[in-house]
Ligand binder design. Structure first.
Ligand code: ARG
Length: 268
């Protein structure tokens, strides 16, 4: 797996654009750097190749590269950030991918779209979250650009404002998800399309266990519960506790810090 990350040099809570952020609760910069470094070391030890984009002092959330956009093959679909505070990131990501020969294909500027934070592939489908950040209209744009069928899921809880905060595809059968983040229709859609949907509790979800990174049979996640470790062991997964307390203050964890550039052909 190849991923894009951005060092947390300028990471701080400079504004409040989700239910987690509070300017009075700043991350400890040293600890944030340590946690990010540890994520990098762990990913590398599991065979991931990491590319880095330079951080920008005016864009403290740039560390959450999952929101840069969506990569599909050699195509980069840049995000249309919902909030002004993050819009400045776009030019850096577009330039980065343009310089590396990616075809940059924007979707209509009229609808907000927050990249891999809200779009997760599962088998031959793309599950896509909307309402809190991405607009449902952006899913139409995606559907026109990409061959995959897009399954739209409405996100109803402000604490779970991106799909990757409450939905984690593990393989071609199993997905971890927090049911309370979805409406009844969304919950039904998940159960209909996913062979083995595994619900997590609210307590687990608030620790961002669904914001994990899956590398073959290892899952990196912040503070997994004993219950989850056991349950995933039965599916022959090893869970690696990867603390991200400082990033949780901004509403992000392992998965938000990583943008998928490519995956081995065997995985989902
Ligand atoms: N503070 C960032 C924001 O509100 C956090 C983004 C987290 N990223 C994610 N993929 N869930 O936009």
């Amino acid at each position: 797996m190849r991923v894009l990350m951005c060092p947390p040099t300028h990471f701080r809570i400079a504004y409040e654009i989700n239910a987690w952020m509070d300017r009075r609760r700043q991350p400890d910069s040293r600890l944030a750097q340590l946690q990010w470094d540890r994520l990098v070391v762990t990913l590398r030890s599991l065979g991931a190749r990491i590319e880095l984009i330079q951080p920008n002092p005016r864009q403290p959330d740039m560390v959450f590269t999952a929101n840069a956009g969506l990569i599909r093959g050699q195509r980069f679909i840049p995000s249309n950030f919902r909030y002004q505070e993050r819009r400045g990131e776009r030019r850096y990501f577009v330039r980065y991918f343009h310089q590396r020969g990616y075809q940059v294909t924007p979707i209509s500027p009229g609808s907000s779209f927050e990249g891999e934070g809200d779009v997760l592939p599962y088998r031959d489908l793309l599950f896509a979250g909307f309402r809190q950040r991405s607009d449902i209209r952006s899913h139409q744009g995606l559907g026109q650009l990409l061959p995959q069928r897009v399954i739209s899921l409405e996100l109803v809880d402000p604490k779970f404002y991106h799909l990757d905060t409450c939905f984690l595809p593990l393989d071609s059968r199993s997905v971890l998800f927090y049911p309370g983040a979805f409406d009844r229709y969304g919950q039904r859609a998940i159960r209909e399309f996913v062979a083995n949907p595994i619900p997590v509790t609210r307590e687990e979800a608030l620790r961002f266990v669904c914001n994990g990174v899956v590398l073959r049979k290892t899952i990196l996640m912040n503070q997994p519960s004993r219950r989850l470790i056991q349950l995933l062991k039965q599916l022959s997964y090893r869970v690696q506790d990867t603390p991200t307390s400082e990033f949780l203050k901004a509403g992000g964890s392992c998965k938000c810090l990583v943008l998928t550039l490519s995956k081995p052909p065997s995985s989902i």
